[in-house]
Design a protein around this ligand. Structure first.
Ligand code: ATP
Ligand code: MG
Length: 791
């Protein structure tokens, strides 16, 4: 057979080619942002296929988000030059593990149609366990237990393996409650997110035959963003790769930003130890950003002590400098960004016109999104929120999905609890308690418990009648949605060979009475759920009905309800695939691996970015992770990068006085241009060059002229000037801030008290300050016991 052409190799530099062509044995590509790691990884998949080293289903490729997986799939097709069926095992850790776990669920005491709980369900379940254990939820919030359990799962610790020190957490009950929680999940035939990995690691560890099978099947393993794997993911990969060692990992220690979720940057640094003889490839040429952007980012990350240290270079022009601008408040910032976006669209910003698809706003905290969403709605600028408060998290959507869940999985008690009295059916606490008791006494699900309760006439009146209707409804919907099927188990070889990912083959006899889209509509209507919102007179009701319609519409893209429910529980990004051009709004975390010609980075203020938590921490670990996040943010930009901060910001309903981020101080002078905030200089007619705006505020400083923008004093002054200046923008919420205070403190100031710790001034009366302490709550304290603080 004539060798196939390999045009994809010509698009790579020598170092990338090396990583692509070295197909056997362990390979590590450790390189900075935008150096083409993902591109090389994609080319490697293509090369494996093109050289017949592997068939599509023998490649296991892990990406960090579903979006990245989709993109990679598309690119593989394009690079290969001919369409392939797809690479079935290309996806996120979670998506891949769901598929695997469905095949082997019984090995961990689950059925293959298990439900994936979301964090809401998880919390509800934990609350029940905490209450049953007579623990005061106020002192020991269930949320805290949830995050402990997540942490343990990220470290691949089952209840049995939990070290004593961990088990003693949460009022000495942590280990016990964790075990109870796992038992309860099994009873519910459910898993949480962390279980997907944990169960698979357990299965691989306890069943060497199963592991050996997959070691043979997945002949080549590839992992993107390796720096953000947690221990469970790391163990899972190591188990799979330990036989053939054909594993290629790519990552960047400077972009490790999920430490808070259990990621261990150590995994990437340890690769050469785990896989002796690993071939290490370093890439240094950045293909993404202009010189100024790259230099600014490099200068920021240089502030970290714990890093390998890599230097990047680019052939690109210096391009525009990174733009820095301060605003009066968050709304003003959003307004300005809106105008900039429109100017860039028109091409009046000095560069070629840009499409909205070319722009992104990357925020540190999701609460920052609202101001942008509001502003864009006002001016009619199409936008999409990626990974933000999602469509599927809305109340009516969650209710509707709970109905679907009950119909798909009869054991899904949490879903049943959610819908049993929604709409109101006269089934209040007492009735629900009876259902719970009946279920527990008989060792069955709530639906079955309710059925028994009705048969035994343990409940009467309107409630009994309504409950009867609901249970009948559930039975009926289930029947209407299922074609009579015989399930034929497939043996594992079949499963892999045809690239399909099912445990069983469903031989259908005839058709279901309703397809899943019709069924969904019937469920919502017959359950009275649609009517509930039609009769609701609140202003939100019409929107909720719209959303329900949208939900039913979304079902069309799936084969069945279960597939849809699975999709929803797995998506990390909800960007719609529609054709309209939109600007993207997302968190910095969600932006990893992506690139945009123009990037806006708002909210660079101490306390917001870096986050308050990272600043309060002793040690530099948290702050270094924030700095990596800053590096990730800047390096997403190809041509234009705009950083902004506001002097005032409303955080959780409270006005706070903000100081520019310490990371702004770390941007290299020569790569930055300071823009004039229109609100600040508007009335004086001054500009940055004349420095006019500050004169009026009485805060003009020689430091400002002498050191330029880069002196910390200048920036703090700029922020101050925003508060005291006469040129506040009209819409500003300045009135909320007590500007007349004679004490040296201002409402919103961040302060420190020896005993109570850090807090924010919320009120001033003579020499007494009301302070909202982060740990101690609100207290009145005499001013001389308080010190102002910047950290
Ligand atoms: P990140 O660390 O942000 O994930 P990365 O190292 O994965 O970045 P890629 O996203 O693969 O980098 O590549 C960055 C950009 O550079 C992409 O637009 C890619 O197409 C381009 N690129 C990569 N390698 C080359 C090359 N050899 N020649 C030209 N362009 C390249
Ligand atoms: Mg990448």
């Amino acid at each position: 057979m004539a060798p196939r052409p390999m045009p994809y190799l010509d698009q790579l530099n020598p170092a990338q080619r090396e990583a692509v062509e070295k197909l056997d044995g362990p390979v590590l590509m450790l390189a900075g942002a935008g150096t083409g790691k993902t591109k090389a990884l994609t080319a490697r998949i293509v090369h494996l296929l093109n050289t017949n080293r592997a068939r599509p289903n023998e490649i296991l490729a892990v990406t960090f988000t579903n979006k990245a997986a989709r993109e990679m799939k598309n690119r593989v097709g394009n690079m290969l030059g001919h369409q392939i069926e797809g690479v079935p095992w290309l996806g996120t850790f979670h998506a891949i593990c769901v598929k695997l776990l469905r095949r082997h669920a019984e090995l961990v005491g689950l059925k293959s149609n298990f439900t994936i709980l979301d964090t809401d369900d998880q919390l509800r379940l934990l609350k029940q366990l905490v209450a049953a254990a007579n623990i005061d939820d106020k002192r020991w919030p269930a949320r805290q237990l949830a995050s402990l359990i997540d942490g343990w799962k990220n470290r691949a610790l089952t209840p049995e393996k939990l070290p004593a020190a961990d088990a003693g957490a949460y009022n000495h009950m942590g280990g016990q409650l964790y075990a109870q929680y796992q038992t309860r999940l099994k009873e519910l035939n459910a898993v949480d997110f962390g279980d997907l990995l944990l169960h698979m690691v357990t299965i691989f560890q306890d069943h060497p035959d199963v592991l050996a099978n997959y070691q043979r099947w997945f002949r080549y393993i590839l992992v993107d963003e390796y720096q953000d794997t947690n221990v469970a993911q790391y163990l899972w990969l190591r188990l799979l790769a330990s036989a053939h060692k054909n594993i290629c990992c790519v990552g960047d220690d400077d972009q490790s930003i999920y430490g808070w979720r259990g990621a261990e940057v150590g995994n990437i640094l340890r690769f050469e130890k785990d896989f002796p003889g690993a071939h290490v490839v370093r890439l240094e040429q950045n293909y993404r950003s202009t010189g100024n952007i790259l230099a600014a980012a490099s200068n920021v990350i240089r502030g970290n002590e714990n890093r390998l240290g890599k230097e990047l270079w680019t052939e690109a022009d210096m391009g525009e400098k990174v733009r820095l601008i301060g605003h009066w408040d968050g709304d003003e910032e959003a307004r300005w960004v809106g105008e900039e976006v429109e100017a860039m669209q028109r091409g009046t910003r000095g560069s070629d016109p840009k499409s909205l698809e070319d722009m992104a706003i990357l925020v540190r905290a999701s609460h920052q999104m609202r101001a942008f969403e509001d502003r864009f709605l006002t001016i009619g600028l199409p936008y999409r929120v990626i990974g933000g408060p999602r469509f599927y998290e809305r109340l009516e959507i969650r209710d509707a999905m709970a109905y679907f869940r009950v119909v798909v999985s009869p054991d899904d008690d949490l879903a049943f609890e959610r819908i049993v009295n929604t709409p109101k059916r006269g089934l209040g606490n007492v009735a629900q308690q009876k259902i719970q008791t009946s279920a527990r006494a008989n060792g069955v699900s709530l639906v079955e418990g309710a059925r028994i309760l009705l048969e035994e006439k343990g409940i009467g009146g309107k409630g009994a009648k309504e409950l009867g209707i609901l249970i009948d409804g559930i039975d009926r919907w289930r029947k209407q949605g299922t074609a009579p099927v015989i399930e034929v188990p497939l043996d594992d070889d079949d499963v892999i060979d045809d690239g399909v990912t099912q445990t069983t083959m469903r031989l259908q006899e005839g058709h279901a009475e309703l397809n899943h889209v019709e069924l969904a509509q019937v469920i919502l209507d017959e359950a009275g759920y649609t009517a509930m919102w039609q009769n609701d007179k609140t202003p939100e009701a019409p929107g909720r009905l719209e959303n329900l319609k949208e939900l039913v519409k979304a079902l069309e893209g799936f084969d069945n309800l279960q597939g849809f429910l699975e999709h929803v529980s797995l998506i990390m990004d909800n960007e719609s695939e529609d054709a309209e051009q939109k600007i993207s709004i997302m968190t910095l975390h969600a932006a990893k691996g992506l690139e945009f010609p123009a990037v806006f980075l708002p909210g660079w203020e101490d306390g917001l970015f870096p986050s308050q938590r990272s600043m309060d921490e002793t040690g530099i670990k948290g702050l270094e992770e924030e700095r990596r996040l800053a590096y990730v943010g800047i390096t997403r930009a190809e041509e234009i990068c705009t950083i902004s901060f506001a002097g005032n910001r409303r955080v959780f309903g409270q006005w706070q006085n903000q100081m520019p981020s310490r990371f702004i101080d770390e941007l290299s002078d020569e790569n930055v241009e300071v823009l004039t905030p229109p609100g600040l200089y508007g009335h004086s007619g001054g500009s940055r060059d004349s420095g006019g705006g500050f004169g009026q505020s009485g805060l003009e400083s020689s430091a400002m002229k002498a050191d330029g923008y880069n002196s910390p004093g200048w920036k703090r002054l700029q922020s101050r000037a925003g508060q005291y200046g006469t040129s506040q923008p009209k819409e500003s919420k300045a009135a909320a801030i007590d500007l007349t205070a004679v004490s040296s403190f201002t409402v919103g100031d961040r302060v420190f008290h020896q005993k109570f710790g850090y807090g924010a001034v919320t009120g001033i009366e003579g020499d007494k300050l009301t302070i909202n302490f982060e740990k101690a709550g609100e207290k009145k304290v005499v001013a001389r016991f308080i010190s102002a603080t910047d950290d």
